[in-house]
Design a protein around this ligand. Structure first.
Ligand code: FEO
Length: 163
């Protein structure tokens, strides 16, 4: 059985994962409108992954006797100043999510809820991978001038990690 505090923090995380999914969806739609099909695909796929994260939290809360709530989602931005700025915003968001996941792990440890502590380890690894993947894209973008964007848009199609 989850504590009241644990139930709250896990439900808060459901909302964060849904927002992440919406944010990536907004970035995908923006990129598609900019004619950047490869970048749009990357963001669409990332949006799906975030939805899967949301589902994992919902299923876990219910499995442990809590009641997972479906949250109202804040509207993400419609436009982004540029590709680099969109990935910078994605990295900032992932860092925030990593902090929230760490808070869950810390609470689980404090409460001696080792089932949750064990379960959340997958997300700790997932966040490390996601931050690394977005940082890798930003590093690559920094190497490019505007003229390289066309090549990059094709290149990113082969950069999706399976995780
Ligand atoms: Fe599910 Fe990338 O946070």
């Amino acid at each position: 059985m989850l504590s009241t505090k644990m139930l709250q923090i896990l439900n808060d995380q459901v909302a964060k994962e849904v927002y992440a999914s919406h944010l990536y969806l907004a970035m995908a739609s923006w990129a598609e409108n900019e004619g950047l099909a490869g970048i749009a695909d990357w963001f669409y796929a990332q949006s799906e992954e975030e939805r899967e994260h949301m589902m994992k939290f919902i299923r876990y809360i219910n499995e442990r006797g809590g009641h997972a709530e479906v949250p109202l989602v804040e509207k993400p931005p419609k436009d982004f100043p540029g590709v680099k700025e969109a990935f910078d915003a994605a990295l900032d968001h992932e860092k925030m999510v990593s902090g929230a996941i760490n808070d869950i792990a810390a609470l689980a440890f404090d409460e001696k809820d080792f089932a949750t502590h064990n379960w959340i380890q997958w997300f700790i690894e997932e966040q490390r991978e996601e931050e690394d993947s977005v940082q890798g894209i930003i590093d690559k973008l920094e190497l490019l001038g505007k003229h390289g964007l066309y090549v990059f848009d094709r290149d990113i199609m082969s950069m999706r990690g399976d995780h």
